[in-house]
Design a protein. Structure first.
Length: 433
């Protein structure tokens, strides 16, 4: 049942990747900067512009190069996202085996990850955004650490892989923090060596970025953002998506608290939870902040499935019964979702008409924006498809205004001067669910 849910749920993001509709506003944003990496504009804009690039540079070069091969950076980013999802699932399965989980448990962990991402984090699966690409590289770095842990040598290379991943997306911190904590507790000399190597790699990368992009790199990366504890309340609510797996991990962490592998996995879950709540206190932070946690819970679920027969609460049951009950609870949670696109794709004949209607709305919006002279402020992907220059990044402009880095009329002044047109595009051209 879990395998069917995973495969069926993934079918819609795969299908949607080839649909000419905007999935999230980030898609056009990333496409503009992928073009920038290919030389069409500065990758890190100057402070007087109303656009900001607060991502590290590597993803834009990767997407830009793949975009040249497939003819479209948006499609390139979507395909890379889908490949990254499969890569993460593979890294999770291999990691579960290294942590002592069974082969079946490894496959269950991978399927749980794919199903959870495709059911509850659907906008990011097959979307032109580098989060999953960076998570994939980081997950293989963590797998490399587990291999090094098994062999008790070779810790430096996994740390370098993780440092590399940080230059694709810099908000993935749970796995490297867990590695350094484990090294600090168990391998003091290796900690110093790995810390020095990681420090040299990161400093070298930053120096290269400064040489290539000057101080504009720092002005963009350190662009101001509002933070508030009230946003963490929604973060608590959103934990429901991994609730069954998380509860299983918590119980296994208590029941098998003397197991070294369970301790390591529990540490990863704790780091991922802390990272998630920290990031969700920032304005505009989406649920991609939870991806580290989904990966950690998937690994923990594999260990829980392997060891469930050893739980005190499961003693009256046979091993197969306990495992079946755990999996059934996971499957029920996955099925309880408002996302019905996988079902509609197969059984609802009107769904294809809706998709065609949305694609037409996108085509019409692009043509309408293309005919407007000068710069425009609209959906980023519509503006990109219309061949308009990237003139205004509305969210980051708002954050800079709130921080006092831009005047309050930064956008309004351009509209009043006639150098910017605000365009409301057809809402059907945007499809995030």
């Amino acid at each position: 049942m879990l395998y069917v849910i995973a495969a069926w749920s993934l079918a819609w993001p795969v299908y949607r990747a080839f649909v000419n509709v905007e999935i999230e506003n980030n898609e056009g944003w990333n496409a503009y900067f992928a073009d920038a990496a290919m030389g069409k504009m500065p990758l890190y804009p100057s402070a007087d512009q109303l656009i900001t690039n607060n991502y590290p540079p590597l993803s834009f070069y990767i997407v830009g190069l793949v975009g040249r091969l497939v003819g479209d950076p948006v499609l390139a980013g979507r395909l890379l996202s889908l490949v990254a999802l499969v890569a993460i699932a593979t890294a999770i399965a291999l990691s579960v085996r290294r942590l002592g989980g069974s082969g079946v448990a490894a496959r269950i962990s991978a399927a749980f990850f794919v199903a959870t991402m495709s059911r509850f984090f659907m906008p990011y699966v097959g979307m032109n955004e580098p989060q999953l690409l960076s998570e994939a590289i980081m997950a293989f770095g963590f797998l490399g650490f587990l291999i090094a842990r098994s062999n008790d040598r070779g810790y430096v290379w996994p740390v370098l892989v993780m440092a590399f991943a940080g230059f694709i997306k810099h908000n993935i911190i749970a796995m490297p923090l867990t590695v350094f904590l484990w090294l600090g507790l168990h391998r003091h000399r290796e900690t110093v060596k790995c810390f020095c190597v990681a420090g040299i790699a990161i400093i070298t990368g930053i120096v290269v970025c400064y040489a290539l992009y000057s101080s504009d790199f720092f002005l963009n990366i350190l662009s101001p953002r509002r933070y508030s504890l009230k946003w963490e309340l929604s973060a608590l609510r959103d934990l429901e998506w991994v609730s069954i797996g998380l509860l299983a991990c918590f119980y296994n962490a208590w029941a098998r608290r003397r197991d070294a592998s369970v301790q390591l996995c529990s540490c990863l879950i704790a780091m991922a939870l802390g990272s998630y709540f920290l990031q969700k206190s920032g304005a505009g932070v989406d649920f991609n902040a939870q991806f580290d946690l989904v990966i950690a819970v998937a690994m923990g679920l594999g260990l829980a499935f392997t060891q469930v027969s050893l739980w005190p609460v499961a003693r009256p049951l046979r091993s197969e019964q306990a495992q079946a009950i755990l999996l059934l609870a996971v499957c029920v949670r996955l099925l309880v979702s408002k996302q019905l696109q996988p079902v509609r794709l197969v059984f609802d004949h009107s769904f294809k008409k809706e998709i065609a209607m949305r694609e037409q709305a996108m085509t019409d919006s692009v043509e309408r924006v293309r005919r407007i002279p000068g710069d425009v402020l609209c959906s980023a992907l519509v503006g990109y498809r219309a061949g308009k220059p990237f003139a205004v990044d509305a969210f980051n402009v708002q954050q800079r205004i709130l921080a006092g880095a831009l005047p309050k009329d930064a956008i309004a002044a351009r509209v009043a001067a006639g150098t910017l047109t605000i365009v409301e595009v057809d809402q059907h051209a945007h499809w995030s669910h």
